[in-house]
Design a protein around this ligand. Structure first.
Ligand code: C2E
Ligand code: CA
Ligand code: CA
Length: 598
């Protein structure tokens, strides 16, 4: 630090520090120096070897509000305005300079005259003359308060969720790790993590709008946070996922009781956008005595949560290792599904739908199968839900649609008696909400040459309920291009007359579960006959599915049901298996309805 080495001695001889009025153009060094110091934004205070302040810049006054005189008057003045927590640090760094360190840097807080707090980044240098004799210490300080505030905000932002103010994933993981660490040391402590995912939150968001969704999330966050102890942490992982971390609980039972109590706070209805809504959650709980790590705990809690979701949500499950195994299988299935389409592993089977009064074929339902290279034939109930959750359903669904239409178009060419036969194709919920579905259906019909009236798409009531307005719009557009529509599994959802009346439906299919126990079960018998009557009154086609026995058939016929589907006539068969069935059916006079009807 050569240039200012002799400055203290000069400052000592200087008159009490003058406030220069204007810079001088010519070279009066002392004067220029004063001007420089005067306008310096940084704090400079120099002490002589005895600790007396011999030089101080106006910045010291600007930063602290105290007059420069007060700095000079009292050798311990700076210590006096130091933040008590930083005082030891300040003293230590002074000692270091005093005992020979050339330069030490330190960040401390000082109190201003009006009681605020400013952060100073200080560099202290030992001053000495040419011979090395100590002349004192020079403190240079920069006011870094704004930067500090910004850093604190940034740190908070890095660790917290902006919407709810709760800790975010990063902080959550950190807290779990610490808690695991404590559980490892304390013999009777367990650490419990609950993964909480709101049920049907997407519906709230989609139907009431994002601001309403945000309001729900904030209210949920508030309730959860209000009902936890101070040592517990509520975090938000993202979207509608929250994590409860219970620290230092004694036992699994205690943990579960606490989680239940906290979740109960979600029961009272919430008021959002002037409406009362109820919210429920699926909760997966993991209890840990210190093994593993935070990532693992979150993963397991998530798996347990999904277990609850799969069973209808609104409940709690404790993680079991078997759930992990299931989840792994599911993951493998997902991976295999990716290859299935490219490898041509899907195929369709067709189940005939027969008209009861003349025992003629009126249609087929196309049902997809997966010929898995290792596992053999996998049924749709196993892989359709998986493909729905991964989004692969769009490709699978398009393939099914095209393949089914192609098959019927081909049969129509071979068999003139097939001209009135309709192909039923199942749509999944994701397909119905997929933009461009109508265009896709139209394109498939064009490509395969199948007339639109020969295609009947099956949807369920639940699918219609999820977003009734949009569903209605899509169904109407499908109707416009000539496609027919069927409500599948009728009776298992809301079975609302509203849908039957307001949606452009042609057919309802009575769910297998009601058909199964007729005529024996009185309740089911009543349901089935009521649906048939209702359908007839609304001029809807009614199909009973899952018909297996003569008794069922007689009952249905007696109650005026016109069409049936089930093992009674045929199991679903692959396309080539139909040649035989059709030959047999034709010779028995059961196939080929439409030609006679047309
Ligand atoms: P679903 O649409 O209700 O299809 C009827 C199911 O009942 C079929 O099972 C069929 O094999 C079975 N079934 C038919 N007759 C009888 C009977 O007399 N007795 C008994 N016990 N069962 C009978 P599958 O093929 O396993 O299909 C299960 C579900 O998978 C279907 O239920 C449908 O929801 C879904 N699914 C099938 N294929 C597709 C598809 O291509 N796309 C979509 N999105 N879903 C499909
Ligand atoms: Ca169906
Ligand atoms: Ca069905």
């Amino acid at each position: 630090p050569a240039p200012y080495d002799d400055a203290p001695s000069r400052a000592r001889h200087a008159v009490p520090f003058p406030h220069a009025s204007s810079p001088l153009p010519d070279g009066d060094t002392a004067q220029s120096f004063r001007v420089l110091a005067d306008h310096l934004a940084d704090w400079e205070s120099w002490e002589d070897a005895s600790g007396k302040v011999v030089f101080v810049t106006p910045a010291c006054q600007r930063i602290t509000g105290y007059s420069l005189e007060s700095f000079r008057a009292n050798a311990r003045f700076i210590e006096g305005i130091m933040h008590p927590e930083d005082l030891p640090l300040w003293r230590k760094h002074r000692d270091m300079v005093a005992s020979g360190a050339e330069m030490v840097e330190v960040e401390v807080r000082v109190r201003t005259q009006d009681g605020r707090e400013r952060w100073l980044a200080c560099t202290s240098r030992r001053l000495h003359d040419a011979e090395g004799t100590s002349l004192g210490v020079r403190f240079s300080g920069r006011d870094v308060t704004d930067r500090k505030i910004m850093l604190t905000q940034m740190k908070h932002q890095a660790w917290h969720d902006p919407l709810t103010g709760l800790p975010n994933r990063a902080l959550c993981l950190d807290r779990i790790d610490r808690s695991l660490h404590r559980a490892r040391r304390g013999a009777d402590n367990v650490c419990a993590v609950a993964f909480l995912d709101l049920d049907r939150f997407k519906v709230v968001n989609d139907s009431m709008g994002n601001p309403a969704g945000d309001q729900v999330l904030r209210e949920v966050a508030r309730r959860l946070a209000e009902n936890t102890r101070t040592i517990d942490t509520v975090s938000r992982l993202g979207s509608d996922e929250f994590i409860l971390l219970l620290d230092e609980v004694r036992s699994e039972e205690e943990a579960l009781i606490t989680v239940r109590r906290i979740c109960a706070s979600l029961e009272p209805p919430l008021e959002v956008a002037g409406r009362q809504i109820r919210i429920s959650a699926s909760v997966g709980v993991v209890i840990n005595r210190g093994g593993g790590n935070a990532d693992e705990m979150l993963r397991n809690a998530n798996i347990a949560m999904h277990h609850v979701k799969e069973h209808g949500g609104d409940g709690m499950a404790v993680f079991q290792p078997s759930m992990l195994e299931q989840a792994m299988n599911l993951m493998q299935l997902e991976i295999d599904l990716h290859r299935a389409l490219d490898n041509n592993e899907f195929f369709l089977v067709y189940q005939p739908i027969m008209s009861l009064h003349d025992r003629k074929l009126t249609g087929f339902e196309a049902l997809v199968r997966w010929n898995h290279p290792d596992r053999g034939i996998v049924g749709p109930s196993e892989f359709i839900p998986v493909s729905e959750s991964t989004g692969q359903i769009h490709q699978v669904g398009r393939w099914v649609l095209a393949e089914a239409c192609r098959a019927l178009a081909a049969w129509r060419k071979l068999q003139p008696s097939m001209r009135g036969v309709v192909m039923h194709v199942n749509l999944s919920a994701r397909q119905l909400s997929q933009p461009g579905l109508v265009e896709q259906v139209a394109a498939v019909l064009r490509e395969t040459g199948l007339p639109a009236r020969c295609l009947k798409l099956e949807v369920t009531e639940t699918m219609l309920m999820e977003n009734p307005d949009y569903a209605n719009l899509v169904l109407r557009r499908l109707k416009e291009i000539g496609v027919r529509l069927c409500i599948d599994d009728f009776g298992t959802g809301h079975s609302s007359l509203y849908y039957l009346k307001n949606f452009p439906i042609d057919t309802i299919k009575i769910d297998r579960s009601f058909v199964r126990d007729v005529p024996g079960d009185e309740g089911d018998a009543t349901i089935v006959s009521t649906i048939v009557t209702m359908g007839r009154n609304l001029s809807l086609n009614v199909v009973a599915e899952g018909v297996e026995t003569d008794d069922q058939l007689d009952f249905l016929r007696a109650h005026g049901c016109r069409e049936v589907q089930g093992y009674y006539y045929s199991k679903p068969l692959p396309a080539d298996g139909f040649a035989d069935w059709m030959r047999a059916a034709l010779s028995a006079g059961t196939a080929g309805s439409a030609s006679s009807r047309k």
